[in-house]
Design a protein around this ligand. Structure first.
Ligand code: PHE
Length: 386
């Protein structure tokens, strides 16, 4: 397997999808006179957070195929060029530079993890190439500049949702927080959670840290156990979250652990197993949502992906591509300044994850969904509107 697998995905007809691995880019098509519209994507298709990248990518791909099947945009097909950053620091910057300077994409879609979106954002901004993150929630991502957008809510909201949830649903007065110093997402979400939880009269009895890739959390969990919290907030990604919950139970900790959207992956349950029963996390959508938009998306996604049920990353990946296509149509051009303005003007775009309207800070405002882990499955609990 090539370390930097480069794929060119081009849909000519609805049912005809041609994927070429390791092929040369079709850079001969001249900008402006190109017969396709090149859209780039960077994703963690392999490596530690492959579940994120794979899921988001499948949702994005489904959208691109649908757009092309319906005739494309501005009379042209979307040429979808995607790159794998292997979940590795530094790699997102490298592949996004390639997408922009070698492939001449008109926009970049990605990433899931805020840290990787933050790597790409200064490059997109400097080149005036709009970037739309489907699901990065750290505020700093879009603060990078006026070419950087997202179609999801941000962590000050998610942190508030989980602080209120801890207080009202878990009846927690004293909580412990365990966060990942190597992930901007984790540190941000921990901070926003604490701000609301403290303001609402709660107490943070222990604050512990680890670093992405750690496998042994016993020292931190022993300190947390000694502080006797009513619940433990663990804002990190699924690999560490699964291990943390498992090790907490091994140490005799029985209180609920809960997290944010970073917990969302089937791998969480594979890693954490039964230890996760009675734990909770917040995310962006539930496939159990009965709305026609969600159910139609779920059935299309399942049909294309061997029955796999799409999660939040897939739904947001899909919406990110749809929002971009809608903006290209409204702009009537792929000229970067006009396209930027059209994306910024997105209002009430009805997608799978609800209506997307971009505010002055280029963020969306959407409800959060809380899921519980019950009988080894994610179960819908409630929707919390902003
Ligand atoms: N919001 C997370 C981040 O910013 C990524 C994520 C989104 C993870 C959706 C799972 C589901 O890093």
């Amino acid at each position: 397997m090539k370390s930097l697998k480069r794929n060119l995905f081009f849909t000519a007809l609805a049912a005809v999808a041609l994927a070429l691995a390791g092929c040369k880019p079709s850079s001969e098509s001249k900008t402006g006179a190109a017969d396709t519209i090149k859209v780039g994507e960077f994703a963690s298709l392999t490596g530690k957070e492959a579940a994120f990248g794979q899921s988001s990518h499948k949702g994005t791909l489904l959208a691109v195929e649908e757009i092309n099947a319906a005739g494309g945009v501005l009379g042209k097909k979307i040429e979808f060029i995607y790159e794998d950053n292997r979940s590795t620091p530094g790699e997102s910057a490298t592949v996004v530079k390639k997408l922009i300077t070698r492939d001449h994409v008109v926009a970049v879609l990605g990433e899931v993890a805020s840290g990787r979106s933050l790597e790409a954002a200064p490059i997109c901004q400097a080149n005036k190439i709009p970037q739309i993150s489907p699901s990065s929630t750290n505020p700093k991502v879009t603060e990078t500049g006026d070419y950087i957008f997202r179609v999801c809510f941000i962590d000050p909201f998610q942190g508030t949702v989980m602080a209120k949830f801890a207080k009202s649903r878990l009846n927690a007065k004293n909580v412990a927080v365990l966060s990942d110093v190597a992930a901007p997402y984790s540190l941000g979400l921990a901070q926003y959670f604490k701000e609301t939880f403290l303001a609402d009269g709660g107490t943070v009895v222990s604050e512990q840290k680890f670093s992405s890739g750690d496998k042994d959390f016993k020292a931190q969990l022993t300190a947390i156990k000694a502080a006797n919290p009513d619940a433990i907030f663990v804002p990190c990604y699924y690999t560490e979250a699964g291990l943390i919950v498992r090790q907490a139970r091994q140490l005799g900790i029985t209180v609920p652990l809960f997290g944010g959207d970073g917990w969302e992956a089937p791998e969480l349950i594979q890693i954490g197993g039964e230890a996760l029963e009675g734990c909770y996390y917040s995310t962006h959508y539930s496939p159990e949502d009965k709305s026609p938009a969600v159910q139609e998306f779920v059935s299309k996604f399942k049909a294309k992906n061997n029955g796999e049920i799409p999660d939040a990353m897939a739904a947001l990946g899909y919406d990110s591509a749809m929002v971009l296509a809608d903006a290209i149509k409204r702009a009537g051009t792929t000229d970067s300044v006009k396209l930027r303005d059209a994306i910024a003007a997105t209002k009430d775009y009805a997608g799978v994850t609800g209506k997307t309207s971009l505010d002055a800070n280029r963020n969306a405002t959407k409800p959060a969904v809380i899921l519980a882990i019950k009988d080894g499955k994610f179960k819908y609990v409630e929707t919390i509107s902003p």
